[in-house]
Design a protein around this ligand. Sequence first.
Ligand code: HEC
Length: 100
Amino acid sequence: MRITLAMLLALALLAFPAAAQDRSVGGRLAVRWCMACHVVEPNQSTATDNAPSFRAIAARPSTTAASLDRYLAVEHTLMPDFLLSSQERNALVAYILSLR
Ligand code: HEC
């Protein structure tokens, strides 16, 4: 799992220009890790009821890169062993904020 993800990140970093890098890596991570519970893409219809969609999270005035990073770094309710590297967090944060 770790290795596959690292490879995915490396590939994405090679394949995309710098500005779009974090966002597109984050989008892939989101589809892989977050989609089971969150609506992470505009055209995705279903997920669980109790997790807010990434778009809804992004739309909140209180949501900032720092607040998302803190949330993902510290804990995630209902998700034991949810360990993200700071690179992965940055990518996910960039992706979520790109949905604004
Ligand atoms: C097992 C289901 C599940 C998965 C998988 C999951 N989440 Fe969540 N997430 C939730 C639930 C439920 C909530 C709302 C309750 C809470 O705050 O824990 C939530 C809340 C959040 C919030 C905070 C929203 C707020 O209220 O500010 C963020 C940000 C978030 N998730 C990001 C992610 C990211 C990024 C991933 C993938 C790396 C992910 N989640 C994967 C279930 C999940």
